[in-house]
Design a protein around this ligand. Structure first.
Ligand code: GLU
Length: 276
C-alpha cells in the first residue's frame, strides 16, 4: 500500500508552497487507496511555535484533505539518540566543535545545502568541554556500504552522491538529532513508501539513502516536486513574506476552488511553478 506524508516544521505559517506539497502527497496516496500522513517536525524546540500545529490541521482541513497523524518528532527523541549511538559505536560519527564562523574561515566551498564542511575536526582530539555536534564520516560510511541508487518518480533513477553535501551533522550541539537523521528514521518508522517533498530537498536524499543503508532501514521511493515561485521568481517563503494560507482561510475564501486550481496548474495570483 502506498504511504505518503506531509511533514511541516511549525516555525512559521503554511503558505501555498506547503499547500501544493500536501495536495500532491495526499492525491498520490488517495489515487491508489493508500495512506496520507501528517507528521509535525517540531524537533527544533526553540524555533517551534506551539500554536502552529493546530493551525496546520485547520489549513489542511480547509483544503479538503484527510490524513492520519503520526507522532511529532518531539515524541521520538529517544529513537534518534539510539540510532546515533549505534553509528557512533561503529566509528562512523566524529565530534565537531566548529562554529559557522570557523567553517567559513576554513575556506569551505558552497554545496547544495550551504557550505560543505571541510573536515576540520575529523581525526582530531577535539576539546569536549565545549558543545560538540556529531558528524557523519561520509567517506568511511561509503566504504562500508558501497554504491547506492535511489528512485525519484519524476527525475528517474539516481546514484547516491552524499559526498556533495560533505560530513553532515547528524546530532546537533543542542539536539539529539539533525533533520537528516530524524526524517530518515521517521519515514522508516511511519512506513512511508513514497517520500513526497519539494525539489529544494533533493540533495538531502543522497544522505538519507546512505543513512538507510547504514541503519538497515527499508528504502522508499521519492517524489521531489517543483517549487512554487513568487512574482519575483523566488521560492515562496515565510521569510519573504509569502501570504499565509490562514489569511485566505480567515478571509472566507473557497478553499476547494483554490485546491482545485493548484491541481489544474492555475496558480494563485503572482505564483508560478518553477523547477528549482
Ligand atoms: N520539515 C521540513 C520542512 O518543513 C520538510 C522535511 C521533509 O519533507 O523531508 O521544510
Amino acid at each position: 500500500m502506498i504511504v505518503t506524508r506531509f511533514a511541516p516544521s511549525p516555525n512559521g505559517p503554511l503558505h501555498w508552497g506547503h499547500a501544493y506539497s500536501a495536495i500532491i502527497a495526499h492525491d498520490l496516496a488517495a489515487e491508489q487507496g493508500g495512506r496520507f500522513l501528517l507528521r509535525i517536525e517540531d524537533i527544533d524546540g526553540p524555533r517551534s511555535r506551539p500554536d502552529l500545529p493546530d493551525a496546520f490541521r485547520r489549513d489542511l482541513e480547509w483544503l479538503g484533505l484527510e490524513w492520519d497523524e503520526v507522532p511529532a518528532q518531539s515524541a521520538r527523541l529517544e529513537s534518534y539518540a539510539g540510532a546515533a549511538e549505534s553509528l557512533r559505536e561503529r566509528g562512523l560519527l566524529y565530534p565537531c566543535t566548529c562554529t559557522r564562523k570557523d567553517i567559513e574561515a576554513a575556506g569551505a566551498k558552497p554545496g547544495p545545502e550551504g557550505l560543505v564542511y571541510p573536515g576540520t575536526c575529523k581525526g582530531k582530539d577535539v576539546d569536549l568541554s565545549q558543545p560538540a555536534a556529531l558528524r557523519l564520516d561520509v567517506e568511511q560510511a561509503l566504504a562500508e556500504v558501497g554504491a547506492l541508487m535511489w528512485q525519484d518518480s519524476l527525475a528517474g533513477e539516481q546514484t547516491a552522491e552524499p559526498h556533495a553535501l560533505g560530513d553532515v551533522v547528524l546530532v546537533r550541539k543542542d539536539l539529539p538529532a539533525s533533520y537528516h537523521l530524524a526524517a530518515t528514521l521517521d519515514d522508516a518508522a511511519d512506513r512511508v513508501t513514497l517520500v513526497t517533498r519539494g525539489q529544494d530537498l533533493f540533495a538531502a536524499t543522497h544522505i538519507h539513502r546512505l543513512l538507510q543503508e547504514l541503519l538497515g532501514l527499508p528504502v522508499p521511493g521519492w517524489h521531489h516536486h517543483g517549487l512554487l515561485l513568487d512574482g519575483a521568481g523566488k521560492k515562496l517563503a515565510k521569510t519573504r513574506g509569502s501570504k499565509a494560507l490562514a489569511d485566505y482561510r480567515k478571509a472566507g475564501e473557497n478553499s476547494r476552488d483554490w485546491a482545485d486550481r493548484l491541481r489544474m496548474d492555475h496558480w494563485p495570483c503572482g505564483i508560478s511553478l518553477g523547477s528549482t
